[in-house]
Design a protein around this ligand. Structure first.
Ligand code: NAD
Length: 258
C-alpha cells in the first residue's frame, strides 16, 4: 500500500477525478478527509469506499467560503495531528465567447478555481511549515498551457493555478514541503460532459461531433478515464516523486506535444 495511514485531505471528492482519487487512495491505505459542495455526490463516493469508510471523514463545504475551509483543515489537525497530502481538486468550468460571458460565470470561475485553491492551501500551510513534511497537489489543466476555443476565462484561472503552484513550491521548499500540479487533458467526467454539451448547444452541432474534436486533441485519440489522472496524483503524493517540486505533470494524451 503506497499511502498507508497517510492523512490525505481532498477537495472536490463528490465526482469525476476527485472520486476516482478517493477510491484509489482508499485502496492504497490512506486515512482521508473528503469534502465537496455536493453532499449527495460525496455520500456516493463514501459508499464506494467499502471497508475504507472507517478511515474516512466526509465534510460538506464550499471552497469559496474561507471559514468552512479553515474548519476542515483545523478539524483534520485536531483529529490526526498532521496532514501528509493535500489535494486541491475542486473546480468548475464555464465556456463561451468573452463578449457575452456572464459576469456571474466569471466570478464563479475566479472564486472556485483561484480563490478556492488559495483558501485550501492558505489554512494548511501553517501546519505544513510546522510539521516540515508533506506534499500539496493542485489541479491545473491542459487549459493552463494552450488556448482553447471559447475557454478564455477558464484558461486564465487554470494558468493562475499553475503560477500559484510554482510560487508556493518556492515558499515551502525550505520547509521540506513539495508542491506540484497535475494538468489533465480531456477527462471523462461530468465536468467535461457538461462542457461538451454546452459547446454543442452553442454551435448547433451534435454532442458526438464536439466529443470527437476533444478526442482528437491528444495523440492518444480518446478521453482519459478519471482513474488515469488519479494514478498521476498518487505518484505526486508519494516519495516516488521525491525530487519533484514546482512541477506540472501533464496527463493530456499528448495534447500539448503537438
Ligand atoms: N475533466 C477534465 O477534462 C479536466 C481537465 C483538466 C482539468 N480538470 C480539473 O480537474 C478538477 C476535477 O474536475 P472533474 O473533471 O473531476 O470535474 P467534476 O465536475 O466531475 O468534479 C469537480 C468537483 O468539484 C466540486 N466543486 C465545484 N465547486 C465547488 C465548491 N465551490 N466547493 C467545493 N466543491 C466544489 C463539484 O461539486 C465536483 O464534485 C477540476 O479542478 C478541473 O478543473 C478537469
Amino acid at each position: 500500500m503506497r499511502v498507508k495511514d497517510k492523512i490525505v485531505v481532498l477537495t472536490g471528492a463528490a465526482s469525476g477525478i476527485g472520486r476516482a482519487t478517493a477510491i484509489l487512495f482508499a485502496k492504497e491505505g490512506a486515512i482521508q478527509v473528503l469534502s465537496d459542495i455536493d453532499e449527495s455526490g460525496l455520500k456516493e463516493t463514501y459508499k464506494a469506499l467499502g471497508s475504507a469508510k472507517e478511515r474516512t471523514t466526509i465534510i460538506k463545504l464550499d471552497v469559496r467560503n474561507s471559514d468552512e475551509v479553515r474548519n476542515m483543515i483545523d478539524s483534520t489537525i485536531d483529529k490526526y495531528g498532521k496532514i501528509d497530502v493535500l489535494i486541491v481538486n475542486a473546480g468548475v468550468v464555464r465556456v463561451g465567447p468573452v463578449e457575452t460571458f456572464p459576469d456571474d460565470d466569471y466570478d464563479l470561475l475566479i472564486d472556485v478555481n483561484l480563490k478556492g485553491t488559495h483558501h485550501t492551501c492558505k489554512f494548511a500551510v501553517p501546519y505544513f511549515k510546522k510539521q516540515r513534511f508533506g506534499t500539496i497537489i493542485t489541479l491545473a489543466s491542459v487549459a493552463a498551457h494552450i488556448g482553447q476555443v471559447a475557454h478564455a476565462n477558464y484558461c486564465s484561472t487554470k494558468a493562475g493555478v499553475l503560477g500559484y503552484t510554482r510560487a508556493l513550491a518556492l515558499d515551502l521548499a525550505p520547509y521540506n514541503i513539495r508542491v506540484n500540479s497535475v494538468s489533465p487533458g480531456a477527462t471523462d467526467t461530468p465536468m467535461l460532459q457538461s462542457d461538451v454539451a454546452k459547446q454543442a448547444r452553442d454551435r448547433g452541432v451534435d454532442y458526438d461531433a464536439v466529443k470527437k474534436e476533444f478526442e482528437e486533441e491528444g495523440v492518444i485519440g480518446r478521453w482519459a478515464k478519471a482513474e488515469e489522472i488519479a494514478t498521476g496524483i498518487l505518484f505526486l503524493a508519494t516519495d516516488d516523486s521525491s525530487y519533484m517540486t514546482g512541477a506540472d505533470l501533464r496527463l493530456d494524451g499528448g495534447w500539448t506535444t503537438k
